[in-house]
Design a protein around this ligand. Structure first.
Ligand SMILES: Nc1ncnc2c1ncn2[C@@H]1O[C@H](COP(=O)(O)OP(=O)(O)OP(=O)(O)O)[C@@H](O)[C@H]1O
Ligand SMILES: [Mg+2]
Length: 608
């Protein structure tokens, strides 16, 4: 991207983040830059007075005041500015993240499957930690220094026009070297992003609470630390070359600047000797040239910062404007009066070529409990995501009460289906928040919250927590409590029930429940679900006789369907899987001499 458009984009971003802080920051920068010019002008007037012998006259009062005032102002604006900049940095940061999250939270779930999207998202997220700061600070500094530079050049021009061309010419090599430095920085970042990110992942894993137990039990630390070391070596080797390159460039730049400074000073001396410059003007010119060098340096740093952030800015802009988003909608849940029906539905993941769901015909009537079973990887979760409107049917169609759902506009479907996922979320928030996330519009409905928790079997232990429902369910982000896996699953179930949707999908929702809790859920499932329709995915066959209909999946196909009894009579895959489980229980009961509680429950469940 070209420099002017980069500068314009950076300004636009920072200004949009917080116009008031931006403008006040800019004014402070300009004031402080102008102070430098004022000091040069005051010096010249003072020197005029001293050289011409007007020491005690009132004419010197004003330059003295200006000199002292400008010096004091520079010092005070600097500290004021630093604080102001903190605000602006934070606001810019917030704006960048808001834009980023505006995409990540709305983008079609399928997009997360695309490696290009994910790589780019990761890259932007990594950069979003530091780049907004650079952009905000560089933009302000650029503004101030550019104005300061112009006014100082004007002063030098008034003192002696001949001094201006060498100063301008002198800047050219430095600009060239600064740009070369930035370009090499791009190449370095592009080349070393991968090892840098992988190293970050390993470091994160090595300090992650969830990973800590496996790392201990497998003594995985030495292996992971070795990987971290290798990646660090690779990155640092690259960094060493890059640092040397930048040091060389900066040495060259300093050398050229020193040469130009010396040349300019020499020119001042020549002009002084030939009386084209008075003594006071020469002294003022010397001060101006010195101050100018500092401002030029700051300006280049600011340009460097903006140029180096350019890739990030264009990445972010492109990400925000070119990631396809579903149309904005405030879809309300629909009632289900008849049935939801899938006809010849097929699906494959964007990353794969194989069909994961193939030619599926399935229907769920209002208030029906439908079960979906099948071996690992047979496509159950994927199918559930299609029913929940998260993935579109690539082939075939899905209809809701007879109306076909547009695959490109599934918001209403998403609003009308509640899901408890196999890998449900455990939010590090209060128990209340963990449940009302299910439907933020009804977050204040405390009775509904208690009701959902009760139906999910979570009310009793949540109410017993130190601060009841207000207790933070996290040990990592405050002084809260952690729950057991089964308790977490009940909370997730409460969340799914709190969303008042006419269809609930339970993907292995009882996998971590104890037998009593599972029994309570299924024995009275119609009451738990308030007569809503449900699609229940489960590997535990004992409760499936409750289902109005069972679909059996194998390699993406529905291979059998019917009631529990019908499927047993069929002696197909369902009967085989059912008996594998049931026989295991039976054998255990028969082989164990003294019956205990768990066996009684096991055999009871099999007989139901
Ligand atoms: N994000 C993904 N990208 C590509 N393929 C995927 C993805 N998720 C799942 N698959 C593949 O789709 C197939 C079906 O997966 P799915 O999760 O639907 O199975 P499942 O029946 O729910 O299995 P389980 O009983 O283990 O939960 C598997 O072969 C899996 O490898
Ligand atoms: Mg699954």
């Amino acid at each position: 991207m070209r420099l002017p458009s980069l500068v314009r984009d950076s300004m636009r971003l920072v200004r949009a983040a917080d116009p008031r802080t931006f403008w006040s920051g800019a004014v402070l920068q300009i004031v402080s830059a102008m102070c430098a010019t004022a000091i040069v002008v005051a010096s010249k007037l003072l020197l005029d007075g001293l050289v011409n012998g007007h020491i005690s006259t009132g004419a010197l009062v004003i330059p003295v005041i200006v000199f002292a005032g400008a010096t004091a102002l520079t010092t005070s604006t600097t500290s004021f500015q630093n604080q102001q900049q903190r605000l602006l940095v934070e606001q810019t940061n917030r704006l960048v993240w808001r834009r980023l999250l505006g995409v990540t939270t709305r983008v079609d779930l399928q997009t997360y499957e695309r490696p290009d999207f994910f790589d780019r998202l990761q890259r932007i997220q990594n950069n979003a930690l530091t780049r907004p700061t650079t952009i905000a600070l560089s933009t302000l500094s650029l503004l101030g220094n550019a104005v300061g530079l112009v006014s100082l050049l004007a002063v030098v021009f008034v003192l002696q026009p001949l001094l201006v061309p060498p100063l301008l010419l002198g800047a050219l090599p430095t600009i060239y070297l600064a740009r070369r430095g930035s370009a090499s920085e791009f190449r370095f970042f592009a080349k070393y992003t991968a090892p840098f990110r992988r190293r970050g992942y390993i470091r994160q894993t090595l300090s992650d609470r969830g990973a800590a137990k496996e790392i201990r039990v497998f003594d995985a630390a030495p292996l992971l630390i070795e990987r971290e070391n290798d990646l660090s070596d690779e990155y640092i080797a690259g960094l060493r070359v890059q640092v040397r390159r930048r040091q060389l460039l900066s040495a060259a730049s300093s050398l050229i600047s020193a040469g130009i400074l010396a040349g300019t000073l020499w020119l001042v001396v020549i002009l002084l000797v030939h009386r084209w410059l008075s003594l006071s003007s020469a002294a003022a010119a010397l001060i101006a040239v010195r101050v100018l060098a500092g401002q030029l340096n700051a300006l280049f740093n600011a340009i460097g910062g903006i140029v180096e952030s350019g890739v990030f800015l264009s990445d972010l802009d492109d990400f925000v404007s070119n990631t396809p988003l579903p149309p904005e909608s405030d879809a309300q849940p629909r009632a289900l009066t008849d049935r939801i029906e899938l006809h010849n539905v097929s699906y494959r993941y964007p990353s794969g070529t194989a069909w994961v769901v193939r030619d599926v015909d399935l229907h769920i009537g209002a208030g029906e409990i439908v079960a979906l079973v099948g071996e690992n990887g047979s496509g159950k979760t994927t199918l559930a995501k299609i029913v929940g409107g998260l993935y579109p049917a690539i082939e075939g169609s899905l209809s809701w009460d007879g109306a076909t759902v547009d695959p490109e506009n599934r918001a209403a479907l998403q609003a009308s289906v509640s899901v408890i996922f196999q890998d449900f979320m455990r939010y590090h928030l209060s128990a209340t928040d963990n449940i009302v996330i299910g439907d933020h519009r009804r977050a204040d409905k405390r009775d509904d919250l208690r009701d959902a928790a009760e139906r999910a079997g979570a009310d009793a232990f949540l109410a017993d927590l130190p601060a009841g429902y207000a207790t933070l369910l996290s040990r990592e982000y405050g002084d809260g409590v952690d729950l057991s896996l089964g308790q977490w699953q009940r909370v997730a179930l409460a969340r799914a029930l709190f969303k008042d949707a006419p269809l609930l999908i339970l993907d292995e929702a009882s996998a971590s429940l104890d037998p009593r809790a599972e029994h309570a859920l299924f024995a009275d499932i119609r009451r738990s679900l308030r007569d809503k329709a449900a699609l229940v995915i489960s590997h535990r066959y004992a409760n499936l006789h409750l289902a109005d209909r069972i679909y059996v999946m194998q390699s993406g196909h529905i291979v059998e369907s019917g009631s529990h009894t019908e499927l047993l009579t069929l002696r197909g895959l369902y009967a085989e899987l059912y008996h594998l489980q049931a026989d295991a229980y039976q054998t255990e009961v028969e082989e164990t001499p003294s019956p205990n509680l768990s066996q009684r429950q096991a055999s009871a469940r099999i007989r139901t």
